[in-house]
Design a protein around this ligand. Structure first.
Ligand code: URA
Length: 284
């Protein structure tokens, strides 16, 4: 905000406008003036560095009474995707993949996220769970599924005798979308080569797609999760020597809102358990 004294109503209206735009978290100790001289030209206006990989604050869209600044020319989606693919394929192992993502600037979400949120659990696991995108807790801790949805996920896998250390957990996107907004197709597309490479490097026996975003993107379908869930699907992409059985199920965040649907997720979990126990073959 400017140094001009503002009436309380004006200040509240500006805050409400920011919240509506999805800006619901303070990322820096001090505000950053985006419309005057650059921060580097203001000796006292440098934000405190963060402990996480430091990124510039999100460019706040101007309030309605100010002219809109032209954004920097976006990287063409195809170029970004191609470069993401080449980088992802260059990763020899999961550690290298993480290092590449730490340096990767091709996904705009990185600019507003606190931390890279890549994966948790066991890279040797037989089952790999893929959710959608980190939320606020995941962003703070740099680990997927550690908030309320994650606690429910722990209980769900616990119900079939699995701990978090016995599965590998990741997301379609590795940085939190601001205000938990839906990721854009471009953001999803640019992260996809890294998801695919992760699947290649982990080489799980079974994939669990938690929620519609993950299931639809990875199965390249527009069919809704209610029709996909609980049915074995064939997951394949060019880097895999053979298809992997995939089981779409309901997202734990959805189950928190619709607890009555847990019975459906329970059925899916039993299907997964039967597969892992060698009692059921995946029909793919
Ligand atoms: N929802 C997701 O899809 N992933 C997380 O890591 C947390 C919540």
């Amino acid at each position: 905000m400017s140094n001009d004294p503002k009436s309380r109503d004006e200040a509240l209206a500006q805050l409400a406008w920011q919240v509506e735009a999805g800006i619901d978290e303070a990322l820096e100790e001090t505000p950053v003036m985006r419309y005057g001289p650059a921060a580097s030209e203001q000796p006292d206006a440098q934000p405190e560095p963060r402990s996480a990989p430091h990124q510039p604050s999100p460019a706040l869209a101007p309030p309605p009474d100010r002219p809109r600044q032209e954004p920097a020319a976006p990287v063409a989606a195809d170029d970004a995707r191609a470069s993401a693919h080449a980088l992802a394929q260059s990763a020899r192992d999961l550690e290298a993949l993480r290092a590449i993502l730490q340096d990767f600037d091709g996904c705009a979400l990185k600019a507003t996220a606190m931390n890279l949120c890549l994966a948790d659990g066991n890279p040797e696991a037989r089952a790999m769970i893929i959710g959608e995108a980190p939320g606020a807790d995941e962003d703070r801790q740099g680990k997927p599924f550690v908030g309320r949805a994650g606690q429910l996920l722990d209980k769900m896998i616990g119900a079939i005798g699995l701990t978090r250390e016995q599965v590998y957990i990741t997301n379609l996107l590795f940085w939190r979308p601001p205000g938990n907004r839906t990721p854009t197709p471009a953001e999803t597309a640019v992260c996809l080569p890294f998801v695919e490479r992760q699947i290649e490097l982990v080489g799980p026996e079974v994939l669990i797609f938690a929620g519609g975003a993950s299931a639809k993107t990875l199965l390249r379908t527009t069919t809704g999760i209610m029709r996909l869930r609980g049915r074995w699907a064939r997951y394949e992409h060019e880097g895999l020597s053979q298809a992997i059985p995939a089981l779409p199920t309901l997202h734990p965040a959805y189950l928190l809102r619709r607890p009555a649907e847990k019975r459906l997720a329970w059925r899916d979990l039993l299907t997964l358990k039967a597969f892992l126990d060698g009692k059921e073959q995946a029909q793919i």
